[in-house]
Design a protein around this ligand. Sequence first.
Ligand SMILES: *Cc1c(COP(=O)(O)O)cnc(C)c1O
Length: 407
Amino acid sequence: MIGKFSGKFDGAASSFRNGGNGADVEAVMDEGDRAASLAGGRLTIDLDAVVANLRHVEAATAPARVAAVVKADAYGLGAGPVAAALAGAGCRDFFVADLAEALDLRPHVGGQASIHVLHGLWPGTESLAEEAGVTPVLNSLAQVRAWAELARKRRRRLPAVLQLDSGMSRLGLSDDDVAALAAEPQGLEALDVNYVMSHLASADQAGEDVNAAQRASFERLAGLLPARPRTLANSAAALGDPLTHGDLVRAGLALYGVAPGPGPSAGLRPVVSLSARVIQVRTLPAGTGVGYGLTYTTRGTERIATVGVGYADGWPRALSNRGAAWFGGVRLPIVGQVSMDSMMVDVSALAPEALGAGDAVELIGPHQSVADVAALAGTIPYEILTRLGRRYARRYVGGASAQGMRA
Ligand SMILES: *Cc1c(COP(=O)(O)O)cnc(C)c1O
């Protein structure tokens, strides 16, 4: 007996009530259904929305090309299915953080796609990168020299991106490094430099002087080197500052449906929905403590539901006594501390029979966006996405062409 929950999840957490009869459900369940019926939290990732967001960024930045940044497992959403959907939609440029991510990504995007490795290569891993056909972003003279040396050894030009530090002080060639390269142009002869690149420190603060300063510094440094296509913009710059577009924009967050920076979601489609199932509901008299440390005390008679998602699932503990879940458009405040595997929500605003064990409440969905959750938790949407838990039952919807790619 699977219980009250039917296992059919349509992505809009607030709209599904189980109507199922457990025995029937059990008979037709496949593996995915089974996981969905047993897990305390369910995560749905809409691959059609990812592709729609790619089109949105393309329209906003044409004629620049759009690369998909799929580092950190596509911001926690699953680099395999996400990148396959994007490749199926025509995306040919991908960025990951390191070579390990690049090797994992290759089977999902096909042999023709360019996989760029933002961190460049650890010393000694150049041959592995060459065999895998990846394109390192070269951040230091040492990385440039090691990659060029391998190119000479192999007697063929190797693809590369040159990153210039235009003012963020994180990665890339310094002024002195660029001057040194400019003084020995033969140092780059063995390489196909597809792009010169830099990254903005404050892209989400449009109109900041630092953005203009970084653009100027990027132009100045790039001007010292042989002319190559340019890439500077992340999602925020792509959607907020046309002066940064160059030849290729590198979009992450926007593809995953979150508006970069403040303001409305700018035509992006939400990609992620998350729901948590009710474990039990209790009615408590006034003055009753709730949860670890008894940090919440009921003010009157209250009905409190315990739901099966906690901080071990990446749901922020900072939402203790602060955040909310939603059901049928009704806000259900989180009361007490968020625990490892569960948390309590006040469901007094609902009719007593409206919500019971096995039902699901919305954590991320039509009533509460990733950005809302991040703002309440005092963090950024990137952190909410990249921490989405491994314990959730995951379901991918859409992305039909991606299925074809994988087959
Ligand atoms: C992560 C990253 C991006 C993507 O940033 P978003 O804000 O998610 O679009 C682009 N470029 C670099 C260098 C990055 O590290």
